[in-house]
Design a protein around this ligand. Structure first.
Ligand SMILES: [Fe+2]
Ligand SMILES: [Fe+2]
Length: 407
């Protein structure tokens, strides 16, 4: 998984979103281990480890932070039981498995001394926002690793081919997360992944929702990485940290992961062929696109720092992801209708007002009262966007589907 995805449903939680810098010690700490806590209060403590002081920072978790997922593994087993499900095209999964076994990126993630040198040159507010980018990306990749690893383990007996693909995808995600975590070490930080595994709250999704959500996460991740890569290739003056040079091959991992979920969805036509599937498809598209847009608009300094216009970048990613998704989902949002972007921008405004309420000196009761009309306005924008006339899609000819590289 390459990107964060959060449900926009429990809107009241937006109130806990904070723009407070989460790495207050990132520049000055000797070496800091960053932890993500599931509590709403950030805490910082200093611990002594092997004679060296390590500052351990707990990060505030909000609705917009990357999620960790868990699912109904028994239902998953039933879905991938070839005796129960006759739609499982084992030869297609065998072909995908060969792709994953080839391991195109086995030797890709090798660092060099450019990393540390570049990190030392990143200064000012950009440094903080850069660290946050690495930390969020690492968390998102790591969440994919955990989910895929568990699926690989649980499906071993029922469907060894599908199980092995999951295990190989967890290999990829572990590599991605590890590479990002090494990047954090250039900034004298490290994510405590063991702690993350235990301390984070896991969001439960039924298998079909895992399929929709992870498919979108992988494809949107692909489009984010390739767009940044292409932009920096054309504008090398913004190439301030070498990690972006790795995105071209990296994003092909995400693309393959997405294609695997596409094959999984095809093997479960009940998730694609009725009115409920259409409603859920649109819902997940909305959740993923809005979450990314609101998140990125809170971090424009990062995108501007690498020479991108945040909103333009996001709209490009959303449109391309939506076009890709339309090949498999039975319905998608009409993101190319100007009304869609207008509504997204309105949501950004409301979200900014919500954030501003959180930063006032008011007592909690007053803050909550101020939030009510804003939350109502956000909910109505979300609903109006959801109810925009959708694009009927999913015309992909299932029989012709083959895994392939997309550039
Ligand atoms: Fe990844
Ligand atoms: Fe992935």
């Amino acid at each position: 998984m390459a990107t964060e995805m959060a449900l926009v449903k429990p809107i009241s939680k937006f109130s806990s979103t904070s723009s407070t810098p989460i790495f207050s010690n990132s520049r000055y700490g000797k070496f800091a281990t960053v932890r993500m806590s599931s509590t709403s209060q950030p805490t910082t403590k200093t611990a002594s480890k092997g004679g060296k002081k390590a500052a351990k920072t707990a990060i505030k978790e909000t609705l917009l932070t990357p999620r960790f997922y868990t699912t109904d593994f028994d239902e998953m087993e039933a879905l991938f039981n070839t005796e129960i499900n006759k739609n499982l095209n084992q030869s297609e999964f065998e072909a995908l498995l060969q792709e994953f076994k080839t391991d195109y990126n086995q030797t890709h993630f090798v660092r060099n001394k450019e990393f540390k040198e570049a990190a030392d040159k990143i200064d000012g507010p950009l440094r903080q926002i850069f660290v946050e980018f690495l930390e969020r990306s690492c968390t998102a990749e790591f969440s994919g690793f955990l989910l895929y690893k568990e699926l690989g383990r649980r499906l071993k007996k029922t469907n060894p081919v599908v199980a092995e693909i999951f295990s190989l995808m967890s290999r990829d995600e572990a590599r991605h997360a590890g590479f990002l975590n090494k990047g954090l070490s250039d900034f004298n930080l490290a994510l405590d992944l063991g702690f993350l595994t235990k301390a984070r709250k896991y969001t439960f999704f039924k298998p079909k929702f895992i399929f929709y959500a992870t498919y979108l996460s992988e494809k949107i991740g692909y489009w984010r990485y390739i767009t940044i890569y292409r932009h920096l290739k054309e504008n090398p003056e913004y190439q301030c940290y070498p990690i972006f040079k790795y995105f071209e091959n990296w994003c092909q991992d995400e693309n393959r992961h997405g294609d695997f979920f596409s094959a999984l969805l095809k093997a479960q036509p009940q998730f694609l062929n009725d009115w409920k599937a259409k409603l859920w498809s649109r819902f997940f598209c909305l959740s993923v696109y809005v979450t990314m847009y609101l998140n990125d608009c809170q971090r424009t300094a990062f995108y501007e720092g690498i020479g991108l216009d945040t909103k333009e970048f996001d709209m490009h990613v959303i449109i391309e992801t939506n076009r890709t998704t339309a090949r498999i989902f039975p319905a998608v949002l009409d993101v190319e209708n100007p009304e869609f972007k207008r509504r997204l921008d309105k949501m950004v405004e409301i979200n900014e007002q919500l954030l501003a309420v959180g930063e006032t000196e008011d007592i909690p009761l007053v803050k909550n009262l101020k939030r009510i009309p804003l939350i109502a306005a956000l909910a109505s924008e979300l609903l109006a966007t959801y109810l925009m006339p959708p694009v009927e899609s999913g015309s992909v000819d299932f029989a012709e589907f083959e895994p392939r590289l997309v550039y």
